[in-house]
Design a protein around this ligand. Structure first.
Ligand code: DX5
Ligand code: ZN
Length: 224
């Protein structure tokens, strides 16, 4: 089952609770929460006070994507604030193995993220410990950007590495995904599809989620 994971970055922040209820009505089980520090990426988004409020409001799985420098230093704050799973960028971590293990020891699932220019081969030595790998299909920092098709090759390569190694990690994709390219993304082998503007910038986000889940289900049934 492929999960559609709405990215709250594209939601109306004056109505965050209503926005969450809308996508929950569409059947999602996870929410994506983007943290940007104006240092690792050229934008600033939201932090722990917002996450704490969301945690009080919903039982959905909170998937926190840290686009920040020193993610190993700040991950515990986000877990304390309610994150169920935390992903950190390979490019931001000098001691990636330790940083991933620290997240797990704090009680959250640990994910590693790759920018579009970072090859999947750089993850060979952590694939046996990560809970998930997030492939960026845009350069991180902004919602509403165009999908970079090369990400599909990276997803497929990772899925192969997972099968060959008998590993269990999930594969997530983030950036520029919507109804137009969802089938391709699912057929490449993803488990979790982050979608921001293609969900929240539609007239009826619940209906959009329902439609995306159907498209994903159809694409899965065509997968070889
Ligand atoms: C981009 C963020 C994404 C963003 C995706 O840096 O990591 O999660 O919200 O937005 P869309 O789906 O609009 O590309
Ligand atoms: Zn993200």
């Amino acid at each position: 089952m492929v999960e559609i994971v709405p990215s709250l970055l594209a939601a109306d922040f004056t109505k965050l609770g209503e926005e969450i209820t809308r996508v929950a009505n569409g059947g999602v089980t996870m929410l994506h929460f983007d943290v940007m520090d104006g240092n690792f990426v050229p934008n600033i988004s939201m932090g722990t006070p917002v996450l704490q409020s969301i945690r009080k409001f919903t039982k959905l799985t909170l998937d926190v994507h840290l686009m920040i420098a020193d993610p190993d230093k700040y991950a515990p704050m986000f877990i304390e604030a309610g994150a169920d799973q935390v992903s950190i960028h390979q490019e931001a971590c000098t001691h990636l193995d330790r940083a991933l293990r620290n997240i797990q020891s704090e009680g959250a699932l640990a994910g590693v993220v790759l920018n579009p220019s970072t090859p999947v081969s750089t993850l060979e030595d952590v694939l046996d410990i990560v809970d998930f790998v997030l492939i960026m299909s845009v350069n991180p920092g902004f919602g509403g950007q165009s999908f970079i098709p090369h990400a599909l090759h990276k997803v497929a390569a990772l899925a192969r590495m997972r099968a060959e190694g008998g590993l269990q990690f999930k594969i997530e994709i983030d950036g520029g995904v919507g109804l137009k390219n969802l089938s391709d993304v699912v057929r490449a082998g993803v488990d979790w599809v982050v979608a921001g503007s293609s969900v929240f910038h539609t007239a009826d986000p619940a209906a959009t989620i329902t439609q995306m889940r159907e498209v994903a289900r159809d694409a899965m049934s065509l997968k070889v």
